[in-house]
Ligand binder design. Structure first.
Ligand code: SF4
Ligand code: SF4
Length: 229
């Protein structure tokens, strides 16, 4: 899932200063799971901001709505008319949600980011998430025993380790496991240690065009027909 963290409250307050009628827009999917942007967090943030602005004698209207997903047109469309009534919308979805909500609303509404989108990660224990994938678009996990060298190594080395690891820890951050020690241990466990000796060429990041686009095969004919008309 996409993992994000709320921006510092003072940064949010500063962004909202010029606007009078403000909506805090929560997202009920990834950012709800990582406890940064769901309905509960949207409610808490709204109350906190209302109190802050009240204390500084700045009377603003701050409301809140949470949709199931800000990255899906249908959920934005459902509340579109309400959203259009605000001077500014502070979205607490990931960066995709912020951009896509602005697009669906027609591009002439102020959309502000309430979160810092951090990474694609997994829940390693309740309340703790850790990065696992950088969405590079050309997955090479099969060559590394299922451990991503791009995200799990601090230097994203495709041929490692760098020589700076100590007692299994990374030289960039000594509290973190060295990604390449993890790759080595996993390949050993899988009986595929010979893979570590293979020299990998630099990754061709240009092979994936950004922004990337995927059309499911079941929808390809429909899309081609639409493009023809
Ligand atoms: S190689 Fe790593 S960054 Fe690329 S898709 Fe696979 S897990 Fe994600
Ligand atoms: S110590 Fe390991 S994880 Fe850290 S940069 Fe070097 S190879 Fe990568």
């Amino acid at each position: 899932m996409i993992v994000a963290k709320r921006k510092p409250i003072d940064e949010i307050k500063e962004m909202l200063k010029p606007y009078q009628k403000i909506l805090i827009l929560g997202c009920g999917s990834c950012t709800a799971v990582c406890m940064a942007g769901g309905e509960k967090e949207a409610g808490l943030l709204t109350t906190e901001l209302q109190m802050m602005f009240e204390l500084s004698k700045d009377s603003k209207q701050i409301d809140t709505i949470t949709v199931l997903r800000q990255c899906d047109r249908e959920y934005i469309e459902e509340v579109k008319n309400k959203l259009l009534g605000y001077d500014a919308i502070l979205s607490i979805a990931c960066g995709v949600g912020v951009q896509f909500t602005a697009e669906v609303l027609g591009g002439d509404k102020i959309l502000l980011p309430g979160l810092n989108t951090a990474f694609l990660g997994a829940t390693i224990e309740p309340g703790t998430w850790m990065e696992r994938c950088l969405a590079c678009g050309d997955c090479i996990l099969d060559e590394y025993g299922g451990i991503c060298p791009i995200t799990m190594c601090s230097k994203s080395l495709l041929n490692g380790p760098c020589g700076g690891h100590e007692k299994g820890k990374c030289e960039v951050e000594r509290t973190r496991d060295c990604g390449w020690v993890l790759i080595y241990e996993r390949l050993k466990k899988l009986g595929k240690l010979e893979l570590i000796k293979k020299i990998k060429p630099p990754k061709n990041y240009g092979a994936v065009k950004r922004p990337d686009k995927i059309i499911h095969e079941a929808y390809q004919t429909v899309t081609t027909e639409k493009q023809k008309n």
